[in-house]
Design a protein around this ligand. Structure first.
Ligand SMILES: [Zn+2]
Length: 570
């Protein structure tokens, strides 16, 4: 490709609304252009990067036994209503009506298409397992699209669906996909972690997230310093502290705490640390009152409470709930709560004793509240928000907290979709069985955003060579000297013959400075520079974009030297 012909106008400044590095640089380097909020056009440079990511994905999916298909984007509403997702996806799904007033949706994912498809074609256990995938545009009507490609309304995804006859076989299909995903992200050169995901409302299902480590990521995850545990913050657990040893307990004593309804203010009044206060957080779970106990220095994870109480819908108490149920906001304690309140305690509560907690009367607290003697616990659960420095649930090592963006998600669905969609096969014993399914996604456009986020500097992008749109750029710096131009043309031709993706920056009106700046901004992994002095001394300058390494090599071995430098580049 000749730079003079390339449909790419780089920008010195990013548009004001671009808020993260990847968004700014992909626009400045002429990879993408915005059409409207959350919807982008992919220019030739960006599209080549997408194609490279796709090729890696296809190769790994095919190697793992996947078969590529292509499903429609415009979907009928009926199967979505059968699975309940027409409702639960709600306004996140683009919905439309055709001229016959039929309800349609733009696909955010395709379980409702692929499940009936397989059920209609395959009828016997002998046909299984089967693994179908596609690379297709997906749509989500995000309330607030932002961070460029991170939260877009149109995005390219690879989605896979596996169909197995039983649980064991589904587990094997799942392992194969997790393996293939690792290979994909390794080959893309990304810094990522595989973490245990939030199982969502369907408890017990195995699922993993593949998270690129980026500081602007919207997803938080915890990881053990010893590498044996990583989990999405919503799903993360910590090892609970050891229970308090038995011993003397003080009497439970009420005291006045006028106007002090917060942990902090009571802690200050009594001169005792928040960890010695017992917080009592109230929820409504489908009409039932639930009190959640946790030490005053910790936070409750609402998602965990929701999972504990599932399928009852859970919400925090509001002002009116306290009044209606005779409880005093800011002064609730577990002692004396009636039997129709479910008392859930985080496991860390076992470690304390002689608690300070609310006295269930306005402006009053108690000290010396003790488990079993003064209050009961109906269920011990893990409901605490994990925080940095907590002990690892596996080895007791220290947990750290990091941010990232989810690039891939693998999920053991079981019969979640096959049952409501009545997708069955005839098993060996002649019975009709629902398929055991898995689904797996990779955000292809997110791979590009993550790579841009992870690999850049003040000069611009430096994507790994597996994703960079071209591998080498040849830069003649003196376009008025025929010897320079001819040498550049010759090197360009020789590199292309070797099968390298190469660009010749043949722009006659661009200064050397502009060419260098553009080469850095676009992020060609290898720059081959030919100038007046080089021609005179028979030398060519090479630069590796990612490392900044420079080499001066003899013009006669320049092609080989460029190849070698590329081979060693990340
Ligand atoms: Zn550990």
């Amino acid at each position: 490709m000749r730079m003079s012909k390339l449909f790419a106008r780089t920008l010195r400044e990013a548009p004001a609304e671009a808020d993260v590095a990847s968004h700014k640089l992909l626009i400045r380097a002429a990879y993408i252009r915005k059409l409207m909020a959350g919807v982008y056009t992919w220019l030739p440079l960006g599209w080549r990067t997408i194609r490279k990511a796709e090729r890696i994905i296809r190769e790994e999916m095919d190697a793992a036994g996947g078969q590529e298909i292509r499903m429609p984007i415009v979907l009928p509403a009926e199967p979505w209503k059968a699975t309940g997702r027409w409702q639960t996806y709600g306004e996140l799904m683009f919905k439309l009506r055709d001229r016959h007033d039929r309800e349609l949706g733009l696909g955010p994912t395709q379980e409702e298409v692929v499940t009936p498809l397989v059920a209609a074609e395959f009828t016997s256990y002998r046909d299984l397992p089967v693994n179908l995938y596609q690379i297709e545009w997906k749509y989500r009507d995000e309330f607030r699209p932002r961070f460029g490609l991170l939260r877009a309304r149109e995005f390219l995804m690879k989605d896979v669906y596996s169909f197995d006859r039983d649980d064991r076989s589904m587990g094997a299909s799942y392992e194969a996909m997790v393996d293939a995903y690792r290979k994909v992200f390794d080959r893309c050169g990304l810094d990522y972690r595989v973490v245990e995901g939030d199982p969502g409302e369907i408890g017990g299902d195995v699922n993993h997230e593949f998270i690129a480590v980026v500081s602007v990521g919207e997803d938080e995850f915890v990881y053990c310093e010893n590498g044996d545990y990583a989990a999405d913050l919503e799903a993360a657990m910590a090892r609970p502290p050891a229970p308090a040893p038995p011993g003397d307990r003080g009497p439970m004593t009420p005291l006045d705490t006028p106007g002090r309804s917060s942990i902090q203010s009571v802690s200050e009044l009594l001169g005792r640390p928040p960890a010695e206060m017992l917080k009592c957080i109230l929820y409504d779970a489908g009409g039932r009152t639930v009190a959640v106990l946790i030490p005053g220095d910790r936070e409750v994870n609402d998602d965990k409470v929701a999972r504990v109480m599932w399928p009852a819908p859970v919400r925090l108490f509001e002002e009116d709930d306290f009044k209606a149920r005779g409880l005093v906001k800011g002064f609730v304690g577990p002692q004396g709560l009636s039997d129709d309140v479910t008392i859930i305690a985080d496991r860390s509560v076992r470690a304390g004793h002689d608690w300070v907690t609310g006295a269930n009367a306005a402006d009053r607290h108690v000290t010396g509240a003790n488990l079993d003697r003064d209050f009961r616990v109906d269920r011990w659960e893990d409901v605490a928000q994990v925080r940095e420095g907590d002990p690892c649930p596996r080895c007791g090592g220290t947990l750290g907290l990091a941010r990232g963006m989810v690039l891939g998600h693998t999920y053991q669905l079981g019969t979640r979709y096959s049952k409501p969609l009545k997708a069955t096969f005839v098993d060996e014993d002649g019975t009709e069985q629902p398929y055991e399914m898995g689904c797996y996604g990779i955000g292809v456009t997110r791979i590009v955003a993550a790579a841009a986020e992870q690999f850049n500097d003040d000069g611009g992008l430096k994507l790994p060579k597996a994703l960079a749109p071209y591998e080498v750029v040849v830069i003649p710096t003196n376009m008025d000297l025929p010897a320079v131009v001819e040498t550049a043309e010759r090197l360009y031709a020789e590199l292309a013959v070797l099968g390298l993706d190469v660009v010749l920056d043949d722009r006659a009106d661009a200064t050397a400075g502009v060419k260098f700046a553009d080469a850095d901004l676009i992020g060609f992994p290898i720059q081959v520079v030919i100038g007046k002095r080089g021609i005179e001394s028979g030398k060519v300058d090479l630069k590796a974009r990612a490392t900044g390494e420079r080499r001066q090599v003899p013009l006669e071995g320049a092609v080989q030297a460029a190849q070698d430098l590329l081979a060693g580049a990340p």
